[in-house]
Design a protein around this ligand. Structure first.
Ligand SMILES: NC(=O)c1ccc[n+]([C@@H]2O[C@H](COP(=O)([O-])OP(=O)(O)OC[C@H]3O[C@@H](n4cnc5c(N)ncnc54)[C@H](O)[C@@H]3O)[C@@H](O)[C@H]2O)c1
Length: 263
């Protein structure tokens, strides 16, 4: 795949999970990367990993930061034609214990931040009369969830609704909008989270892969990256408003593997 015609902004692109996988895949296919992070240092460090990458700082919960980021991008590379809304935060907490500030903090990044960055991205596409492409990062939690994930899951369902509505609205400009929904991705931060409910997180993940996925391998960040790259490419020119779950079969299971093995 040749994506050398693409200039893609990846929010939270300095992360070690899905964001890194997206940047690695796009770099492999020759795209120019604009790597956004809340902290400039993190963006600078990440940008050094790729052939053609520019770090751009912005806290995506801050309007002024987003405006400044698009001004810098315009000055450095001109209008861009790809956006991966990857930056996101999680929360694992019982519904009756969540504070309003925690709810707002999560929605400010996962939903409002996504809308806000998309707004400025679309504005510059329309101003320059060019087409472009958006890939939003949802989650399997947009489809099905687990206890203590009500805020996170609802934010990801919002991402999928946003994706569909944006795809409809922007079709007239030939601007596409899709989402990827990662499952359990091989990323360090997941082990930290799993420690909150499992004594042995490594064993828990191994059991999950065997019992809760139809494909028994660990989902690597680049698996998400390759799917995002496909959605950004012209190979998917007739695909819009969709969420592709990169979940090794998690969301299609009616019964877990243990149940099937007993048959
Ligand atoms: N890791 C998983 O297993 C998994 C599974 C499903 C969905 N996701 C989704 O993938 C996306 C990436 O998550 P990840 O866990 O792979 O992390 P990641 O390694 O891609 O890191 C996310 C990055 O976002 C940045 N960020 C957070 N708030 C920001 C803000 N306000 N402004 C700018 N940058 C900000 C962080 O600094 C971090 O580097 C998220 O949307 C997450 O919900 C992850």
């Amino acid at each position: 795949m040749d994506l050398s015609h693409l200039k893609v902004l990846v929010t939270g692109g300095g992360g070690i999970g899905v964001g890194a996988g997206v940047c690695q895949a796009l770099d492999q296919f020759g795209a120019t990367l604009l790597i956004n992070e809340k902290e400039l240092d993190k963006a600078v460090k990440a940008a050094k990993l790729y052939k053609n990458a520019i770090p751009v700082q912005a806290d995506i919960t801050q309007k002024e930061d987003i405006e400044r980021m698009f001004d810098i991008i315009q000055a450095e590379v001109g209008p861009i034609n790809g956006l991966v809304n990857n930056a996101g935060v999680g929360l694992s907490k019982a519904v009756h214990l969540i504070e309003a500030e925690e709810f707002d903090g999560l929605y400010d990044v996962n939903v409002k931040g996504m809308w806000h960055v998309s707004k400025y991205f679309v504005k510059q596409l329309l101003a320059h009369k060019i087409t472009g492409n958006i890939v939003n990062v949802s989650s399997v939690h947009g489809f099905a969830s687990q206890p203590n994930y009500s805020t996170y899951a609802s934010s990801k369902s919002a991402v999928e609704g946003f994706t569909r509505a944006l795809a409809y609205e922007l079709g007239q400009y030939n601007i596409r909008c899709n989402a990827i929904g990662p499952g359990m991705v091989h990323a360090e931060q997941n082990y930290e989270l799993i420690k909150t409910w499992a004594a042995d997180p490594v064993k828990w993940v191994e059991d999950f892969i065997e019992n809760q996925q139809t494909l028994h391998h660990f989902i690597e960040p680049i698996d998400c990256g390759y799917t995002a790259a496909f959605l950004l490419s012209d190979l998917s020119r007739s695909v819009t408003g969709q969420t592709i779950y990169v979940d090794a079969g998690k969301t299609i299971m009616l019964f877990n593997q243990d149940y099937i093995n007993q048959k």
